[in-house]
Design a protein around this ligand. Sequence first.
Ligand code: PRP
Length: 208
Amino acid sequence: MVLTIAMPKGRIFEEALELLRTAGYTLPPEFAESRKLIIEVPEEKMRFILAKPMDVVTYVEHGVADLGIAGKDVMLEEERDVYELLDLKISKCHLAVAGLPHGQVHHIAPRVATKYPNIASSYFREQGEQVEIIRLNGSIELAPLIGLADRIVDIVSTGRTLKENGLVEFEKIADVTSRLIVNPVSYRMKDVQINQMVERLSVVIPDE
Ligand code: PRP
C-alpha cells in the first residue's frame, strides 16, 4: 500500500526532507527543486503532495493524505480531526506578540493583526484584554508599520523580520515545532507501515 504524505511547501519542507533522508528514505535528488505538486516515489511506496502549511492538515483530515507534516502553530489554530504522532523537533520557532517599541496603542480595543485569529483571540481573552483581531495572510509585520494594527501575533524564527522592520517582541505565546500527523482511518488501515515510519523517524529526531 502506498503512503500519501502531505508536505508543507516553504521553510519546513527542506528540514522535513532532510529528516526523512536521515531516517533512510531514498528520495529523488530533484525533489526540492521540482515544481510538481505530486511526487511519486514508488521505490519507497510513498507519494508526496506539496501544499501550503495551513492546508496540509486539511488534506490529512479529509483522508486524501494519510500523513502530513504540520507546524504546531497550525494545529493550535484550528481543532482538526487528526492525530499527532510525533514531535519531529524541526523548524523550531515560536508564536509571539510584537509591535513597535513605543507605538501608540488604541486604548479601547487595541488592534492585533495576525494569520492566527483563534490563537490570538484566546491568548488575549486569557489575558483579560479586549482586542480587535485583523486577519491577514502574510507579511504581518507590515501592519503596525503602516498603521493598520497596534500589535501583531506571528511566528518568530530568527527574529530577523522583526528586527529589520524595527519591531520588538513583547510576549511569547507558545513554542512551535513540526509534527507528524495522521488521518485516524489511515492509521487503522495502514498501521504497520505507519508505525514503521514512526519508528524510523523516532531514532533520528534531533535532540532538544
Ligand atoms: C514567517 C513569519 C515571519 C517570519 C519570521 O513568515 O510570519 O514573518 O517568517 O521569521 P524570522 O524570525 O526568521 O525573520 P513567512 O516567511 O512564512 O511568510 P509570510 O509573510 O507569508 O507569513
